[in-house]
Ligand binder design. Structure first.
Ligand code: NDP
Ligand code: MG
Length: 382
């Protein structure tokens, strides 16, 4: 029996994690956490019997506590509660599937408490990779990537010497607007941007995929996970999402992981590494598949990707500004308060305006997040 906690259990990755748990039958859920969806949390409590459950919003936590008064579960709330869920004693692995920088503190707390991390929450590594990676090394804890590309890279590196990586070929579907020019994206509506061709995901990451900021965040995520320079990471558009990423070694050999697009595979691999388990679902059929095609990314149209490369190279607090500006801009776009192309515009202006801090502490990362939000509010929401 394995013991795990799932932060963000009501979301796209969280619910698929629980599907994997249900299908295998040999994992115990110690703790769950979500933002406000107490209806689904109640079902999860009754099915998986966690001992601690965090609901971010205090009033919702109280409501849930009264709804599950017949269950033996402690309901907690806020950041203190999220950290409690991340550090529950019996858990060996914490799945971090919350969305956004809210994941930084609980991830650090989980590593400090001796947990391995199954990491979906890329925003945490993008902004605090310089704190999290050395901490995991010092505490001798593992970070198992859940992001499909990073899982593919991790699988391609099995048994290899990481010092012999020449470059990482990070694949991207290109999103719903692949092939369009900037002038064709002026009138993009929220509904258009939420239609991803191959993957079904939470709203924020779906918008990030359409702007290619998601790929940019993944470049920075890969830099931390695999200890490579940003210049060693090449984004390759592969619209069918069949090749999930590749590693080129110093001798020119390229190793890749392929499969149908299904997040349950990387989730299950992270939970059972180094074992592979049966996973139900479609298999790739090379007889039916006509072709796998490749393109170069268009960094002029998808400026967010170019800005992310720049942020990854500059380092320090710049990736935090990129990420915070993107989180704010995406939420304004989802609320119909700004246009689609303003997302990249807001990221670029924020990166130019907010002072850079080298090696920022967690407090400085959160200060930078606040400064970025204030800058955007004063310029775009006044
Ligand atoms: P969703 O929006 O579907 O889910 C987010 C989850 O986080 C929900 O459970 C939500 O709870 C919870 N949450 C939000 N705010 C808080 C908070 N303050 N405290 C505690 N929990 C909170 O997102 P995804 O599952 O799509 O993405 C999660 C992470 O995984 C992101 O970082 C994303 O980039 C990454 N990822 C996702 C992939 C995917 O296929 N979806 C692929 C690769 C990476 P509630 O439901 O109550 O709001
Ligand atoms: Mg991904």
């Amino acid at each position: 029996m394995k013991n795990i906690s799932v932060l963000g259990s009501t979301g796209s990755i969280g619910t698929q994690t629980l599907d994997v748990v249900r299908a295998n039958g040999d994992i115990h859920i110690c703790a769950l956490a979500a933002g406000s969806n107490i209806k689904l949390l109640e079902q999860q409590i009754r099915e998986f019997h966690p001992s601690v459950v965090c609901v971010w919003k205090e009033e919702k936590a109280k409501e849930l506590a009264s709804n599950v008064a017949d269950c033996s579960v402690r309901i907690v709330s806020g950041m203190e509660g999220l950290i409690e869920a991340a550090t529950v004693e019996q858990a060996e692995i914490v799945v971090t599937a919350v969305v956004g920088m809210i994941g930084i503190r609980p991830t650090i707390a989980a590593i400090e408490a001796g947990k391995d991390i199954a990491l979906a929450n890329k925003e945490t590594l993008v902004t605090a990779g310089h704190i999290i990676m050395p901490l995991a090394k010092q505490k001798n804890r593992k970070i198992f990537p859940v992001d499909s590309e990073h899982s593919a890279i991790f699988q391609s590196l099995n048994g290899e010497n990481r010092k012999q990586i020449d470059k990482i070929l990070l694949t991207a579907s290109g999103g719903p607007f692949r092939g369009r020019k900037k002038s064709e994206l002026v009138h993009v509506r929220v509904e258009d941007a939420l239609k991803h061709p191959n993957w079904s995901m939470g709203k924020k990451i779906t918008i990030d995929s359409s702007t290619m900021v998601n790929k940019g965040l993944e470049v920075i995520e890969a830099k931390w996970l695999f200890d490579v320079d940003v210049d060693q990471i090449q984004v390759v558009i592969q619209p069918q999402s069949v090749i999930h990423s590749m590693v080129q070694f110093v001798d020119g050999a390229i190793i890749a992981q392929l499969g149908t697009p299904d997040m349950k595979l990387p989730i299950q691999y992270a939970l059972y590494y180094p074992q592979r388990r049966f996973l139900a679902g479609d298999r790739l059929d090379f007889a039916a598949m006509r072709q796998i095609t490749f393109e170069d990314p268009d960094m002029e149209t998808f400026q967010g990707l170019k800005l992310a490369y720049e942020a990854g190279k500059k380092g320090g607090s710049v990736p935090t500004v990129l990420n915070a500006a993107n989180e704010k801009a995406v939420s304004l776009f989802l609320d119909h308060k700004i246009s689609y192309l303003q997302i990249a515009e807001i990221i670029e202006s924020s990166m130019n305006a907010i002072p850079v801090i080298d090696q920022p502490s967690v407090e400085e990362i959160l200060q930078t997040e606040r400064a970025t939000y204030e800058f955007i509010e004063s310029r775009w929401m006044a």
